[in-house]
Design a protein around this ligand. Structure first.
Ligand SMILES: [Fe+2]
Length: 213
């Protein structure tokens, strides 16, 4: 079995976590992971105001559960990140108008979530590229260091192989759908064009790991 390289991580909503940054990479050492709390938190923020986003989120979390065999001790962390990755779209917490940053800030400031979980949400699916387009890259990286690449890949895989209604979908179709939804002149589409090679490569890396597991 091939196992994604892990860092000593667990995460929870149960009080502030102990975290450290090594060479600009977000690591953490904290108490317990709690995917059930993550699901309840996402449901409270998304289900009613954004039902389609909630459907997508449920699908992303379902995809995350399929990665357990390659994630080892980080399986629950990635399921939690999958539940929470899009909470920043919720009108209840959208402040900056950039959902990875709004979601991560909410988790940090109001849920006292583990730093690595916050970093996974802040950087999900190459968010740094869209942050740069929005002039928010400095805010993003100064507040939330990049998570380990293997874990970022896992979240990309879950998000980029799950469609807007929660259905499994090939990454190429997912990228096309997002581009069509936002339109050719949109900032999101522009960022997506720049991040597409990395998103596709990350999905391939995880898929290869799954085959070898
Ligand atoms: Fe998503």
């Amino acid at each position: 079995m091939t196992t994604v390289k892990t860092v000593p991580v667990k995460t929870s909503q149960e009080g502030p976590a102990t975290s450290l940054n090594v060479h600009g990479i977000c690591h953490s050492v904290s108490s317990m992971v709690n995917p059930e709390w993550a699901e309840a938190t996402a449901r409270a923020l998304l289900e009613e105001p954004l039902p389609r986003r909630w459907s997508h989120t449920q699908g992303v979390a379902g995809t995350a559960r399929t990665l357990a065999s390659i994630l080892g001790d980080n399986a629950d962390l990635i399921v939690a990140a999958a539940w929470l990755h899009d909470i920043g779209y919720s009108p209840a917490i959208a402040v900056a108008g950039f959902h990875p940053l709004d979601g991560a800030r909410h988790l940090r400031d109001h849920e006292h979530a583990d730093q690595l979980l916050c970093c996974l949400v802040a950087h999900h699916s190459c968010a740094i590229i869209e942050a740069a387009e929005r002039g928010l890259a400095e805010d993003l990286v100064s507040e939330f260091p990049a998570p380990p690449a293997e874990l970022a890949d896992a979240v990309i895989y879950c998000d980029m192989t799950t469609g807007p209604d929660g259905q499994r979908t090939p990454v190429t179709q997912r990228l096309t759908e997002i581009g069509e939804r936002y339109g050719p002149g949109d900032l999101v589409t522009r960022a997506l064009t720049r991040s597409a090679p990395e998103l596709t490569a990350a999905v391939s890396r995880i898929a290869r790991n799954m085959v070898g597991s």
